[in-house]
Design a protein around this ligand. Sequence first.
Ligand code: LLP
Length: 391
Amino acid sequence: MLSREIKERLRGLPTPFYLYDMQLLGRTLDAIRAEADRDGYKIHYAIKANNDERVLGAVLERGFGIDCVSGNELRLIRRLGFPAEGIVYAGVGKNDEEIELGVKEGIRAFNCESRQELQVIDQIAGQLGLRARVALRINPDVDPQTHRHISTGQADSKFGISYREIEQVADELPSYKNLDFQGLHFHIGSQITDMRVFEFFCRRVNSLVEWFSEKGFPLGYINMGGGLGVNYDTPDSEPVPDFSAYFDAFRRNLDVSAVAGGDVEVHFELGRAAVAQCGELISRVLFNKINSAGNEVVIINASMSELIRPALYEAYHEIENLDARPGSLRRPYIVAGTACESSDVFASGRELPELRRDDLVTIKTAGAYGASMSSRYNMHALPRSVYSDQL
Ligand code: LLP
């Protein structure tokens, strides 16, 4: 909830922009740190959720590593001073140039998604006269019970090494001359809110760990990916996700004792849960009108170019009129953006207090996959960031 004072300061700023609550970000990251430290879990913040440099600064301050997925992400985090030792690199399609960069940087692990990728990394490392640390991203075939567009660990998905190829991949591992095999990586999907999904997932991983151990592979690295969901429906009631329940699911169900010899590091790659609630997209009402079906349409000056989640996944985001007049009755609105696309609608039939031209409107829970997925469609400028501690 923004204070009256902050709202007054926002009023003079050109819209749209992302507003980051730096204090909430800090509290959220501290909560992750405290819970993860109980078990010595290693955290790599998934930079794809939000690559804002101040956000990354807060992540770096707490000593988290990074999960990256492109050469540009890798270059950015190295420039900001993240140590190579804490960087893991996922992604189904890594370019040769990106692999070369990761090998030269000596990152903690490439999370490899195919047999061919292993061959290419081995070859590139060989040409560079270097060694590369790799983990196998296995597709465990677990239904994350989330939106189909953000499910990544089911049998029919493009991600990871499938059960069909796992045997062959394992058999070939010893033949790579320039790879140091670390262990296993998984990521089953995003916006997962039912902890039973993670419990089931842990049991799957236990059996895979056992299978690899029986084959004689020492596993020092088990990476369980990210996926913890946040409360989009009533964000003010849960600004910091329940990290205790999340890590508890792993603490109770992930049994890495099956691993032969040595210490096993358990890694996580949280993105959304770390940053979603600290960011909101602030825009302004441009126009009101009524469509032929009799619906009240309000056009705000943000669009799918700045926040694509509603258009892409029909995602729900809380919307608030920051200039709501006392006693104003709520009524149903279609809240739409400026883009020339019918899907550019932030909410339909949403009950909101009266919205008038120039009212400031906030779209909440936009800190994750908001700015990082923005585009220049319709030649919009990329959205600016405003930070609560600089207002
Ligand atoms: N690790 C890997 C390998 C991933 O692919 C992802 C997210 C994460 C970690 C972080 O997952 P998280 O903790 O954020 O759930 N654009 C979508 C979300 C796509 C997630 C892609 N992968 C959205 O706006 O809902």
